[in-house]
Design a protein around this ligand. Structure first.
Ligand code: SF4
Length: 346
């Protein structure tokens, strides 16, 4: 994300924004860093073996909840993507990627082509996916819950005992120093962070902490944030952003659904925007008219499509302060080797 050396970054950025505005800052950043997208996201499967209450899958059309991308098709997309200049492959969007029957072969093929592989997994199918996971550079483990009961509430209907055993297997087969392995945990008012760190810390090198956001749904032609009633008492209180809307996803990534439809980003579970189909080829996709309109909304800071995205909801300063304090306390107590990290500030 850095535009210039760190020591000068913050103050120069502020000066730039002061004189030229936030939208122009985004424009400059995109010009310097994302002339072309560098990350390809492929939803190799549409199916997930969990029904987490905070996930946008809860709101997806039934027709898009199952399916998978053919391996031959994946190979041909990856070959074209490599020629186009993509560097990173992320194989997770709306589903659990290890449910794909050829997950192992896909990861091997991608690595042989020279991609940096990113996977996010709920760890429920590690025994059968372990060979493919050996080709993964960055592995995000998705677990919520600080004990069996809370885990099984947030990761219904997966079983705590099974996932815990799977993670032991993962540690044995792929030592932590061979892979960037981490957890991204969206916390709620009920999360016991200390217990969480104690429980899962041995399986990862760090734990990224954020607040559990509402899910994004597509409604009336735009993205809308939706708090799930089933866990409504768990969410922190949020207020929407007024200004400084930044998201580089429409610039840095091309996101492909299991059926070839292009999605706006990894939160666009419905793939409802008319952003084209992978069959059209990357040159055409990056200049898709609707993509360009959405990009321009960030330059002008007059957001329509993304204005109500969950990215633009923030918790109170007090909630952030209290979280930062907890993180510091846990890190300084050395109860786990995994470092707790949060990019939140106020
Ligand atoms: S702002 Fe939200 S909906 Fe818009 S592209 Fe970024 S993540 Fe997707």
């Amino acid at each position: 994300m850095s535009l210039i050396p760190f020591n000068f970054k913050s103050s120069l950025r502020k000066i730039f924004i002061f004189f030229f505005g936030y939208g122009n800052y985004i424009k400059l950043h995109v010009f310097l860093k994302y002339k072309k997208p560098i990350t390809l996201r492929l939803d190799i499967a549409a199916t997930c073996n969990a029904q987490c209450p905070f996930c946008p899958r809860v709101y997806m059309d039934e027709g898009r909840l199952v399916g998978s991308m053919d391996f031959e098709k994946i190979k041909s997309i990856l070959i074209s993507a490599k020629k186009y200049g993509f560097k990173n492959l992320k194989v997770y969007i709306t589903s659990e990627p290890t449910v794909h029957k050829q997950f192992n072969e896909i990861m091997k093929f991608s690595k042989e082509l020279g991609f940096t592989n990113y996977v996010s997994s709920n760890a429920s199918l590690i025994p059968r996916a372990i060979e493919g996971l050996k080709y993964v550079d960055h592995l995000q483990i998705s677990v919520e819950g600080w004990d069996k009961e809370s885990y099984e509430k947030y990761r219904f209907p997966l079983k705590f005992d099974k996932v815990y055993e799977n993670l032991k297997l993962l540690n044995k087969e792929i030592p932590l120093n061979k892979q960037n392995r981490y957890i991204h945990v969206p916390i709620t008012k009920k999360t016991n962070l200390k217990k969480f760190a104690l429980l899962w810390g041995e399986f990862v090198s760090h734990i990224n902490i954020d607040f559990m956001q509402p899910a994004n749904i597509y409604s009336g032609g735009i993205m809308k944030s939706e708090f799930n009633d089933v866990i409504k008492d768990d969410y922190y209180d949020f207020t929407p952003f007024d200004d400084n809307f930044v998201c580089f996803d429409p610039f840095s990534e091309i996101v492909v659904a299991y059926d070839g439809k292009i999605m706006l980003c990894c939160l666009d579970f419905s793939a409802s925007y008319n952003l084209g189909n992978i069959e059209e080829g990357f040159e055409i996709l990056v200049s898709n008219k609707i993509r360009k309109i959405i990009q321009k909304q960030f330059f002008t800071q007059k957001l329509n499509t993304c204005k109500d995205c969950s990215m633009f909801y923030k918790p109170s300063k007090d909630a952030i302060k209290s979280l930062l304090k907890q993180v510091d306390l846990i890190n300084s107590s050395n109860i786990t080797k995994a470092k707790l990290i949060t990019k939140l500030n106020f």
